[in-house]
Ligand binder design. Structure first.
Ligand code: SAH
Length: 397
């Protein structure tokens, strides 16, 4: 170990080594039989994961307060140290550089947690600013190492940590937010994605400020919007609306419940070169679609996660169906609908069922034209299927 302390062993219950043998990075608290050597390891410490029979399965970071007790970073028998994190950060950054699948943009997800071999670490770059978000005890106790690795790998002028209060609570670590290196960034920065420009609020915005994960679908909307009356439901800061404006939409209807997000959406849409006739509604989108009498040729439905736990799947599916059903009633013949789910429990299959049910109830036959999802800077590791969260369908009415 780099810090000279011996690695502590986390011994699994008999038969609970299956998931680690399949390279799944999570050891759940219920799979742990005991911790050997000197009692409880320090929060975030490197531990060795050992089968009931005593075989070394891998090494990871210990989270005493979390249901995910260990996040495995290496499967194998060689003891790692923090240099591994530095190397993985540099690899993740290098993989994005010049990736034609990501294309021209100065706003990119640089590290996508498990998919980049760095469970608990999310890093987004917005122009000159690198924003880091820590979601595990292991990463939270290594903020300096990670910050210096990111600074080195990106040469970005400044780094900023965005707090993840919910994760900090789950992981039993202190909530932390603030500059990491360089000058403290302005709360708002400008980004350029293709030819589209957005103002992003790094400090108060949702996620790390912007839904980078919808980039490919923004491209699609820009391509499809020409001459169409566009309805952008759950618009946040107008990601899709700006794309539609660039694409030559005939009109824009922008619906978002957060006043702050909608204010930024107004700014973003106004900054597009040709702004069609636009109406902004600070409103509940579920209610809006029920009451609205408009007709649309392109509808984007991008709700927040509607189910946190698996048991909520049916409730979430009903909510997704509800909004899609009413949206279909507002859809002109030949209209295109982009319907998304970022609810974990509403997966691609359930989303199709939801679309089918809505189409039946609305008495509007619908084709699935394309499956949609997160772009190349948000990869998913096959070892960690839980990493899939954004699913979408392009539908033709
Ligand atoms: N489409 C956006 C991201 C949407 S995230 C983009 O591409 O940038 C979901 C958004 O829905 C958030 O901005 C959230 O504030 C908003 N929201 C949550 N509940 C809502 C509701 N009931 N009605 C309207 N908007 C809502």
């Amino acid at each position: 170990m780099a810090d000279g302390r011996p690695v502590i062993d986390v011994v699994l219950l008999p038969g609970r080594d299956r998931s680690a043998r399949r390279r799944h990075p999570w050891v759940l608290s219920g799979a742990v039989a005991r911790v050997l050597d000197g009692g409880e390891p320090a929060t975030g410490a490197w531990v060795r994961v050992v089968s009931a029979e005593g075989e070394t399965l891998g090494f990871g970071h210990y989270s005493p307060a979390s249901q995910i007790r260990v996040r495995i970073l290496v499967f194998g028998k060689d003891t790692p140290d923090d240099a591994l994190l530095v190397e993985r950060v540099s690899q993740a950054v290098a993989r994005r550089a010049g990736d034609p699948l990501i294309g021209e943009t100065d706003a990119v997800r640089l590290v996508n947690s498990e998919a980049d071999g760095l469970p608990g670490l999310v890093v987004d770059r917005y122009g000159d600013v690198v924003v880091m978000k820590l979601g595990s005890a292991g990463m939270s106790t290594r903020r300096e190492v990670l910050a210096s690795a990111l600074r080195e790998a990106t040469s970005a002028p400044s780094g900023f940590e965005r707090a993840d209060a919910a994760a900090a609570r789950r992981e039993g670590v202190a909530v932390h937010q603030g500059p990491l290196w360089g000058a403290a960034p302005e709360p708002r920065v400008s980004i350029r994605e293709r030819r589209r420009r957005y103002r992003v609020d790094l400090v108060h915005g949702q996620k790390t400020g912007f839904y980078l994960d919808q980039r490919d679908s923004r491209d699609l909307v820009e391509t499809l919007a020409t001459g169409r009356r566009v309805l952008d439901l759950f618009a946040y800061t107008g990601g899709f609306s700006v794309a539609a404006a660039w694409g030559g939409a005939a009109s824009l209807t922008v619906v978002e419940s957060s006043a702050e997000a909608l204010a930024l959406a107004r700014e973003n849409v106004a900054a597009a070169p040709q702004t069609p006739e636009t109406a902004f509604f600070e409103a509940d989108a579920f209610r809006f679609v029920r009451q609205d009498a408009g007709h649309y040729d392109l509808i984007v439905i991008d709700p927040p996660p509607l189910a946190r736990r698996a048991g909520d799947a049916q409730r979430a599916a009903r909510a997704h169906k509800d909004v899609l059903l009413f949206a279909l009633r507002r859809a002109a013949p030949g209209a295109l609908v982009l319907a998304f789910s970022c609810s974990h429990s509403v997966d691609a299959k359930l989303l199709r069922q939801v679309a089918f049910a809505a189409s039946l109830d609305a008495a509007r036959p619908v084709q699935v034209v394309r499956e949609l999802g997160a772009p190349a800077d948000h990869p998913v590791s096959l070892d960690h299927p839980e990493g899939v969260y954004l699913k979408g369908l392009l539908l033709r009415v």
